[in-house]
Design a protein around this ligand. Structure first.
Ligand SMILES: [Zn+2]
Length: 274
């Protein structure tokens, strides 16, 4: 009798533990959440309504097909193209080195800029555009945007947009929030006229001690059709990024990938005034 009781208790404990694990796993794993939402979106079969006043209906529809909670993490599948993106610039030391490599390989990229640095180094932003790259906003000074009041947030973004306009004459439409963080402010950002563009391949090139080989490994393992690859050309010593960038480009080219800017990847405009 005692034996049977112990067995029963053991089975019950194992059962409870398994159920517990499953619940924790489902609620905490972002990959699982994304899948469920994607399924829901597919099931509804219709694009979400247009919120962004600066986008055309066509642009809005294109984005809503690939967005997850208003955020783009990856371009559409079907073409062997990828987008290289560089955050936190411009930087007087590393941005020219990145531009030189991109020029050498005739690769176009997208730069997500900090307004404060745009104001300090406008000539580098101008050079990025002149050499065929696309520029976009990464906020004024890299604050965690969800913590700002709506007024402070709008002010931060407007200052950045104005700085880019002063430097280049362009009205930007694209935003990558610092840390990719847009929880709770997705709709506000859209209403302010921004597409929210994050990434699916994180090279973690900013991490102290990160080796060139580790960066290359991540790119090789995680890149697929439509990938958005995250690098940094500022915000610290970026010599590792500069050192491995040629090899990253060569490796992806050997795999048949072409490099496109974010507007080309998504089939939308990068600027409002063109
Ligand atoms: Zn950043």
């Amino acid at each position: 009798m005692g034996k049977l009781f112990r067995l029963g208790m053991t089975l019950l404990t194992v059962g409870l533990l398994m159920t517990g694990c499953k619940i924790v796993h489902q609620s905490e794993d972002p990959a699982f959440r994304m899948k469920a939402e994607e399924q829901q979106q597919y099931a509804s079969g219709k694009p979400s309504p247009k919120i962004n006043p600066l986008l055309t209906q066509e642009e809005s529809d294109k984005l809503s097909k690939i967005e997850n909670k208003h955020i783009v993490y990856k371009g559409p599948k079907g073409k062997k193209v990828v987008a290289l993106t560089f955050d936190d610039g411009p930087d007087p030391q590393f941005t020219p080195q990145v531009l030189e490599i991109l020029r050498k390989y005739n690769v176009k990229a997208t730069f997500f800029l900090l307004g404060q640095r745009v104001q300090t180094y406008p000539h580098l932003v101008k050079q990025e555009l002149d050499e065929g790259h696309i520029v976009a906003s990464h906020s004024w000074e890299h604050k965690y945007l969800p913590n700002l009041s709506p007024e402070a947030l709008k002010e931060d973004l407007k200052k950045t947009k104005d700085a880019i306009k002063t430097a280049t004459g362009k009205d930007i439409l694209m935003l990558r929030p610092p840390y990719g963080a847009a929880q709770g402010i997705e709709e506000l950002l859209k209403k302010e006229g921004y597409m929210i563009l994050n990434w699916d391949v994180d090279t973690l090139d900013w991490k102290p001690g990160r080796t060139p080989q580790e960066i290359l490994d991540v790119v090789q393992k995680q890149t697929s059709e439509g990938s958005i690859i995250l690098f940094h050309d500022a915000g610290g010593n970026r010599s590792t990024t500069v050192a491995i960038l040629p090899k990253v480009i060569e490796t992806l080219q050997q795999q048949g990938y072409q490099f496109v800017t974010m507007d080309q990847l998504l089939g939308v405009r990068a600027f409002h005034n063109e």
